[in-house]
Design a protein around this ligand. Structure first.
Ligand SMILES: Nc1ncnc2c1ncn2[C@@H]1O[C@H](COP(=O)(O)OP(=O)(O)OP(=O)(O)O)[C@@H](O)[C@H]1O
Ligand SMILES: [Mg+2]
Length: 234
């Protein structure tokens, strides 16, 4: 469904991605792992059109999306929940969610989507009138994921959803992502918490200095000595 073939991208003259090739099939959950600065967020930004690739091909549902503006890419069914949550603090939970459904197809189904999202995240339902900026970190993370879901995406890209969350809140967040995946949404998950990520995804890619240095099934990666030493503290 999503395919990056030899995608390179840079920030000004500084290369950030070098010939990155990854793919996500319909309904699949795929991980993107790697150390700080490896290029994980940059990969998501390049897919969602926030950063232009310099070379290589990016296709989604058989369409070349490499030169489309971000809102067109969103319209095709890719939702990007960026690093650091970025909810609108002065708006209520419900307003944040409603704003999430900003493309025409999603807007038409806004009511139904809101019910769905509030069903997945009861904590948001209980706090729908609360200002988003006064929610806890974990609640804001759920809201950010919920807002992405309001787009009714075919592919949900999540950038470090567990960052800064207490273990029990992390557990809950992962459980929710699992539920969303079980409903048929494909997931591209960027995570620092490699052992948790490998429990959720079927396959993963490991990035280092903007290159894919390894990829395989979750079981293969979890059993790989290099991965164990670098990311799993084994
Ligand atoms: N806006 C920017 N301008 C210049 N360089 C950038 C910019 N954003 C990221 N970079 C650089 O690109 C490289 C990849 O950054 P990226 O944010 O993709 O890493 P990451 O894998 O998401 O790391 P982290 O786990 O810390 O979030 C880094 O060297 C970073 O300094
Ligand atoms: Mg990042």
């Amino acid at each position: 469904m999503l395919e990056l073939a030899n995608v390179s991208a840079s920030y000004g003259a500084v290369p950030a991605l070098t010939e990155v090739s990854i793919n996500v099939r319909e309904g699949e959950a795929v991980g993107l792992l790697g150390a700080n600065g490896a290029g994980k967020s940059t990969t998501l930004r390049t897919i969602s059109g926030l950063l232009r690739s310099r070379s290589g091909a990016i296709t989604f549902a058989h369409k070349n999306i490499a030169s489309l503006p971000p809102y067109k890419i969103t319209e095709l069914g890719i939702a990007h929940v960026p690093e650091g949550r970025q909810v609108f603090p002065e708006l209520t939970v419900q307003e944040n969610l409603e704003i999430g459904a900003y493309v025409p197809a999603a807007k038409a189904e806004r009511k139904r989507s809101l019910e769905l999202v509030l069903g997945i995240f009861p904590v948001l339902a209980a706090r729908r009138k609360q200002l988003a900026g006064t929610m806890s970190g974990g609640e804001q993370q759920m809201l950010a994921v919920g807002r992405g879901l309001m787009l009714k995406p075919r592919l949900l890209m999540l950038d470090e959803p567990s960052l800064g969350l207490a273990p029990v809140v992390t557990d809950m967040t992962f459980q929710k992502i699992q539920e969303i995946h079980a409903m048929g949404t494909a997931i591209l998950l960027v995570e620092q918490n490699v052992s948790r990520a490998l429990q959720l995804v079927q396959r993963a890619y490991v990035l280092e200095s903007g290159r894919v240095i390894m990829h395989g099934s979750s079981a293969e990666l979890a059993g790989n000595k290099q991965v164990q030493a670098a990311y799993l503290g084994v």
